[in-house]
Design a protein around this ligand. Structure first.
Ligand SMILES: *Cc1c(COP(=O)(O)O)cnc(C)c1O
Length: 458
């Protein structure tokens, strides 16, 4: 008989987790103002709030940490990291930062002026925040198909070439760069095809505009190109990654995702002007150029993590686990953004809590219900995350309203996936009885989802 699929690693160290009672959870979520970001981690049984910085490092990464050089300037850890990034991406200028948004802050401080327009595919929340806080505009040029959660196409994260070109024509002289997010997190962890990256490059070249890849999950994107796009089945992940980055001028990176570390980020580019511009802001915001907010040991762990996660086996183990959870949800008929993305399942709350009006935030309501059901913490990627329109200050209800279950890398087993699926099924079975959502009682102006305070609508 054919042998089943199994993980490409075994476990060397464990961390106990604990279940709670429903009564405890009712109290805790109330104290947290119905915002799961305000819960304590110990109040959570299975934590799927994010795959960011929550992964388990390998024995090789922990060993590399012992080699960390903590010199303020010129640390050998930096040069090991830089060599790895250049080898994997082809970019020879590297600026470390303490995480991905810091890379955005440093680079955008140089690149973006008030009134600028930055087109992209479903800008990530911090990316949008760093554009809008500079009084510039993030224009979403994602393909329309991404909005139909039930449509099954291989590269749902793609940029629409028509929308992109239209944006460039309408905003001549105001576009400092195009940002392509790989994979497209906000649209459901959906990949962007090599073909699409080539189309974006061609349009960018036609109008003389540089291209930045927001690269948090570039390795997962390469896995999908290998397994879904014609002509790539026989290429290695590292070959595909190289080919992807040849189509960009530079990248911002949250190393907390595909870097397999708990903290870190960087900017990498082939453009000397971007590097010189970023340097000026790195020093006051992040630190000197050979550490940029990172410990030497953490740069060493990141170098090894980037190497490990651009190998097929590691990516296959991860993405197959996400697929496993998706198959369970299929069994129960629970709708989610199809096909399953690389790092998470995005449950389509608006199709489940049909009795909760959009003004009462269905995806946030579902997030709270799942926590109450079994202590599982997902997070809302929907109307609260979308923030208000910077001009009208109205809530933005034009996107998707999803509950994201992000799967940390190399942390949970498929037994945990079974528990998540069963808990969600229990909520799904009583969906008709859920008729009220939540209302906002306090919110921040930007990136409100982290600190928003809510109350159940009675
Ligand atoms: C996480 C993420 C960021 C921001 O990175 P942080 O390390 O969380 O600051 C930016 N873009 C994308 C696509 C991300 O997933």
């Amino acid at each position: 008989m054919e042998l089943p699929f199994a993980e490409s690693w075994k476990i060397k160290m464990v961390e106990p987790i604990r279940k709670s009672t429903r009564a405890e959870r009712e109290q805790w979520i109330k104290e947290a103002h119905y915002n799961v970001f305000q819960l304590k981690a110990e109040q959570v049984y299975i934590d799927c709030i994010t795959d960011s910085g929550t992964g388990a490092m390998s024995d090789r990464q922990w060993a590399a940490m012992m080699m960390g050089d903590e010199s303020y300037a010129g640390a050998s850890s930096f040069f090991r990291l830089k060599e790895t990034i250049t080898r994997i991406t082809g970019f020879n200028y590297v600026v470390p930062t303490h995480q991905g948004r810091a890379a955005e802050n440093v680079l955008f401080s140089y690149l973006i002026k008030p009134g600028d327009v930055v087109p992209g595919n479903s800008h990530f929340d911090t990316t949008k925040g760093h554009i809008e806080s500079r009084k510039a505009f993030a224009i979403d040029c994602t393909i329309d198909e991404a909005k139909d959660t039930q449509l099954e196409i291989p590269f749902k994260g793609n940029v629409s070439p028509e929308k992109l070109e239209k944006t460039l024509i309408e905003n001549k002289g105001k576009v400092p760069f195009i940002v392509v997010t790989i994979t497209n997190n906000t649209a459901g962890g959906q990949p962007v095809s090599m073909q699409n990256l080539r189309e974006v490059r061609a349009i960018a070249d036609k109008y003389g505009i540089p291209v930045l890849f927001d690269s948090a999950r570039f390795a997962e994107n390469a896995y999908f190109i290998k397994t879904r796009e014609e002509g790539y089945a026989d290429k290695t992940i590292k070959e595909i990654v190289k080919e992807m980055f040849e189509l960009a001028d530079g990248m911002t990176m949250s190393s907390k995702k595909d870097g397999l570390v708990n903290m870190g980020g960087f900017i990498a580019t082939r453009r000397e002007d971007w590097y010189e511009g970023a340097k000026r802001f790195c020093i006051p915001f992040e630190g000197y150029l050979t550490y940029g907010g990172m410990n030497g040991r953490d740069m060493d762990a990141l170098a090894v993590g980037l190497d490990e996660n651009t190998e097929f086996d590691n990516l296959e183990t991860r993405i197959k686990q996400v697929e496993y959870l998706a198959q369970k949800l299929d069994l129960y008929g629970i709708p989610y953004q199809r096909p399953a993305g690389g790092h998470a399942i995005f449950v389509d709350a608006s199709k489940i809590l049909t009795n909760v009006p959009k003004e009462e935030f269905p995806a946030q309501t579902l997030t709270v219900e799942l926590y109450l059901e079994a202590g599982i913490r997902g997070c809302e990627i929907g109307y609260i995350l979308a923030d208000r329109d910077p001009v009208t200050r109205e809530n933005r209800f034009n996107g998707l309203d999803l509950l994201r279950l992000a799967i940390p890398r190399r942390v949970y087993t498929n037994n945990h996936m079974d528990v998540i699926a069963a808990a969600l099924k229990n909520v799904f079975d009583r969906r008709e009885q859920i008729t009220h959502g939540v209302k906002i009682v306090w919110e921040a102006e930007l990136m409100r989802h982290f600190t928003v305070q809510l109350e159940p609508v009675k």
